[in-house]
Design a protein around this ligand. Structure first.
Ligand SMILES: Nc1ncnc2c1ncn2[C@@H]1O[C@H](COP(=O)(O)OP(=O)(O)OP(=O)(O)O)[C@@H](O)[C@H]1O
Ligand SMILES: [Mg+2]
Length: 367
């Protein structure tokens, strides 16, 4: 469920559409985003994320649909009259200006009194903790620090809505992870409503209160908290897009209000929820790799237990991943947390193993 502390409907889009010639870039997107919420648009390259953001900012005119901010229809307002600031996919700082001047740039252009500019730039430098770097040029800062300057520059105008297009795209993986937390802290401190775009699901999960997962054709397939889209994906596309998942195809063999089962290629799979569908209908059961257990010894369980042969073992430091070939040939991905340093019962390539999971590990996807 969505966090009830955020009031719903501060930024609302109603069936927003953008067509370029005949090609649909954004297809009937309806969103309702609460004040103070950090909302992520997540999807693969070319799915329409930037186009959607550019419509919110006013750089692109919707083909149809409405955009409401605080109840006001902003569709007809030019970008500079919207209380919105957008940080672009390639946020270029001005290389010849120092950090202070970079942050002050937009405020000067708005002809704010110089005392006010001074005060706001000071606040922003404190906020992003770069006060001591005010006189440096951008190239004298690390990537993560430059990123924070770009954010400070966007926030200096005190927008009501902050739009971030791939805010961390320019950073390498390690710096990205660190900067994700810093950004969220800064955004939450200011309390500004934020819509961010990313194609990185971990980034969306770490930073956002809620996520809209977009299909490759500009449609929103599911909106939910990180936990909801991970644990209860609405369909195969979302399940597959967010993290790793094993998908077992089968036909519904049991259907009761609180449980069901399906006959699949690896055997009968039991699930702890009903689907209210006709018996024999095709279903897909999704099981996350970390919910599956693996051992050379048969465990004392009687359901959802299968056998297979280990085809690959990968060691990732904090966890191991196994690819196991099940009886029907399907590769099943299993991850196991690495809790001990010297594991005596190490599972090796080509070994016969048992793998199993609880009733509530799997969910049934209907499309
Ligand atoms: N001005 C334009 N004219 C024609 N087609 C466009 C225009 N801008 C975007 N498109 C097309 O619209 C689709 C969506 O583009 P968009 O930039 O919104 O994708 P994106 O999700 O931001 O991708 P990325 O993750 O690569 O930044 C793409 O197929 C793109 O080629
Ligand atoms: Mg883009």
């Amino acid at each position: 469920m969505a966090d009830k502390s955020v009031s719903d409907g501060y930024l609302v889009t109603e069936k927003l559409v953008k067509r370029f010639d005949e090609a649909l870039a954004v297809d009937e997107v309806s969103l309702s985003i609460g004040q103070g919420e950090i909302f992520a648009l997540l999807g693969s390259s070319g799915c329409g994320k930037s186009t959607l953001l550019r419509m919110l900012a006013g750089f692109e005119k919707p083909s149809s649909g409405r955009i409401l901010l605080g109840g006001q229809d902003v569709a007809t307002l030019p970008p500079y009259e919207r209380p919105i600031n957008m940080m672009f996919q390639s946020y270029a700082l001005f290389p010849h200006l120092d950090i202070w001047e970079n942050i002050a740039f937009g405020l000067k252009r708005e002809r704010l009194p110089s005392a006010e500019i001074k005060q706001r730039v000071g606040e922003m430098l404190d906020l992003v903790q770069l006060g001591s770097f005010a006189k440096r040029k951008p190239h004298q800062l690390s990537g993560g620090q430059q990123q924070r300057v770009a954010l400070a520059r966007s926030l200096a105008k005190r927008p009501k809505l902050l739009l971030l297009d791939e805010p961390l795209g320019a950073l390498d993986k390690k710096l990205r992870e660190q900067t994700q937390f810093e950004l969220v802290n800064i955004i939450e401190k200011v309390g500004v409503t934020c819509v961010m775009v990313t194609h990185d699901q971990e980034e969306a999960m770490t930073m956002a209160n809620r996520i809209a997962v977009m299909s490759s054709k500009g449609r929103v397939l599911q909106i939910g908290t990180p936990e909801e889209v991970y644990e209860y994906p609405a369909n195969r596309f979302v399940a597959d897009f967010i993290g790793h998942v094993n998908l077992f195809e089968g036909r519904l063999s049991v259907d009761e209000p609180d449980r069901c089962a399906a006959a699949t290629g690896i055997g009968e799979i039991h699930v702890a929820h009903g689907v209210s569908g006709p018996l024999n209908m095709p279903v897909t059961i999704a099981v996350r790799p970390e919910k599956i257990e693996i051992s050379q010894q048969r465990p004392a369980v009687d359901k959802n237990i299968f056998t297979g042969q280990v085809k690959e073992v990968a060691y990732f430091g904090s966890y191991n991943t196994y690819l196991v070939r099940a009886s029907d040939g399907q590769r099943v991905r299993i991850t196991e947390a690495n809790t001990s340093r010297h594991d005596l019962s190490k599972i090796a390539w080509e070994e016969q193993v048992f793998f199993w999971w609880g009733d509530n590990a799997g969910i049934v996807l209907r499309d």
